[in-house]
Write a protein of this length. Structure first.
Ligand SMILES: NC(=O)c1ccc[n+]([C@@H]2O[C@H](COP(=O)([O-])OP(=O)(O)OC[C@H]3O[C@@H](n4cnc5c(N)ncnc54)[C@H](OP(=O)(O)O)[C@@H]3O)[C@@H](O)[C@H]2O)c1
Length: 325
C-alpha cells in the first residue's frame, strides 16, 4: 500500500510517498480501506516539531528525538472495512466507518488496522466520507474543553480562533450546550460564524476583544495569543480561561490564579475518550454538529495540503481524499 512517511522533522517536503506492507488485522482488529483523512494542525506540528514555547524537549521525548517514531502521520479517517479478525463482533466487511487514532496516527495511508473497541464507529447516515473524516480532531477537543470549563446554559462564551477546526467545533457545541457564543475571527469569516450559531462576532483585524469593556464567563483561546495576562480583564467573576493552545509560561500561573482569584485557567492535552466519540456521532446524526470543511486535496497532493495548513488560516478541516465522494 502507499503511505506518506515522515523520516525527519521539517518542512512539508520531508514527506515522501512510499510502498509499505498492507497491515493484517489481529483477532480483535478490522482492516479499513481509507477513503478520506485530514491534515490537521496536530499533523503539521508533529511534522515540523513545532511545539508551543517550553514544550519542545518534551515533544521530542514523546514523539521521537530525531524523527517521529510513528512515521505515518494522520489522526482521523473515514473508510470501509475490508477485512476483520476472527474474534471481531461489532463490525463486518463492507461497513462504512470513521475513526480517530490520536497519537497512534497512521491514517495518511491507503489502509489502517484498528481494534474494534477503539475510537471506531459506523458513519452516521447523511455524512459524506470527507465530513466523517473531519468529525473528531476538532469535535473531541471542543467537547473535552467545554466539559472541563463547565459551560452552563445561558453563560457567555468567547471563542478566539473560531474559524479553525477546533474553533468551529467549539462554536457549534457551545451553542448546543446553551452558551451564548461570541466568535473572534478575521473579516472573511464573519458571516460564517453567524451561520454556525454565534450570537456576536468580533473581527480581530478591527477590534481587540479585551478592550471592549465586555466580559465573558468562559474564554476559549485556540490561537495562543490570549493568555491570562491579556484575557483576565474580560473574564467575569468565576470565569474560566480555556487555553487550547498554551506555552509553558502561559500555563504556569494556573495554580496561583486558582488560589488568589475567582478565575480558573484550564489547559493541557485533551483526554479524548470513546464515550465522547459516541456523543459526537449522535450530534452529527441529529444535525447539531457538522464539521466545517475548507478544501479537499487528492492523496497525491498531501504536501500541498501540509503547506496550506501551515499557513494558519484554514477554515475548519483540510481533507485528503483517497476515494472522492
Ligand atoms: N490542547 C490540545 O490537546 C489540543 C488539541 C487540538 C488542537 N490543539 C491546538 O489548538 C490550536 C488550534 O487548532 P486548530 O486545528 O483549530 O487550528 P487551525 O484550524 O489551523 O486554526 C486556524 C484558524 O485560526 C484562526 N486565526 C489565526 N490567527 C488568528 C488570530 N490572531 N485571531 C483569531 N483567530 C486567528 C484563523 O482564522 P482567520 O483566518 O479568521 O484568521 C484560522 O481559521 C493548534 O495550535 C493546535 O495545536 C490543542
Amino acid at each position: 500500500m502507499k503511505a506518506y512517511v515522515c523520516e525527519r522533522y521539517g518542512a512539508p517536503e520531508v514527506l515522501t510517498v512510499q510502498e509499505r506492507p498492507q497491515p493484517v488485522p489481529q483477532d480483535r482488529e478490522v482492516l479499513i480501506k481509507v477513503h478520506a483523512t485530514t491534515v490537521n494542525s496536530g499533523d503539521c506540528r508533529i511534522r515540523a516539531l513545532n511545539a508551543p514555547y517550553g514544550f519542545r524537549f518534551m515533544m521530542r521525548l514523546v514523539l521521537g528525538f530525531r524523527k517521529p517514531r510513528q512515521p505515518v502521520l494522520g489522526t482521523e479517517l473515514a473508510g470501509e472495512v475490508v477485512a476483520v479478525g476472527k474474534a471481531v463482533q461489532r463490525f463486518a466487511v463492507g461497513d462504512r466507518v470513521l475513526a480517530f487514532t490520536s497519537m497512534a496516527m497512521g491514517c495518511h495511508a491507503e489502509y489502517r488496522c484498528l481494534p474494534e473497541d477503539g475510537k471506531l464507529m459506523p458513519i452516521p447516515a447523511g455524512l459524506s466520507d470527507a465530513e466523517a473524516a473531519s468529525l473528531c480532531f476538532g469535535g473531541l477537543t471542543a467537547l473535552s474543553f467545554l466539559r472541563r470549563g463547565r459551560l452552563q446554559p445561558g453563560e457567555r462564551i468567547l471563542i478566539n480562533g473560531a474559524a479553525g477546526t477546533v474553533g468551529s467545533a467549539l462554536v457549534q457545541l457551545a451553542r448546543h450546550q446553551g452558551g451564548e457564543v461570541t466568535a473572534v475571527c478575521s473579516t472573511t469569516n464573519v458571516e460564517r460564524m453567524y451561520a454556525l450559531g454565534a450570537a456576536q462576532v468580533i473581527d480581530y483585524t478591527r477590534e481587540d476583544f479585551t478592550q471592549r469593556g465586555e466580559r465573558w464567563d468562559v474564554i476559549a483561546d485556540t490561537v495562543g495569543n490570549a493568555p491570562y495576562r491579556r484575557s483576565k480583564s474580560a473574564l467575569n467573576d468565576g470565569g474560566r480561561l480555556l487555553l487550547v493552545l498554551a506555552s509553558l509560561p502561559d500555563m504556569l500561573p494556573a495554580p496561583w490564579v486558582a488560589l488568589t482569584t475567582r478565575h480558573r485557567i484550564i489547559a493541557g492535552p485533551v483526554s479524548d475518550c470513546v464515550a465522547d466519540l459516541h456523543i459526537l456521532v449522535e450530534l452529527a446524526q441529529a444535525g447539531v454538529y457538522r464539521p466545517e470543511i475548507d478544501r479537499c486535496y487528492p492523496f497525491e497532493q498531501m504536501i500541498d495540503a501540509h503547506r496550506y495548513v501551515d499557513g494558519g488560516h484554514k477554515r475548519g478541516s483540510v481533507v485528503i481524499e483517497l476515494l472522492p465522494d
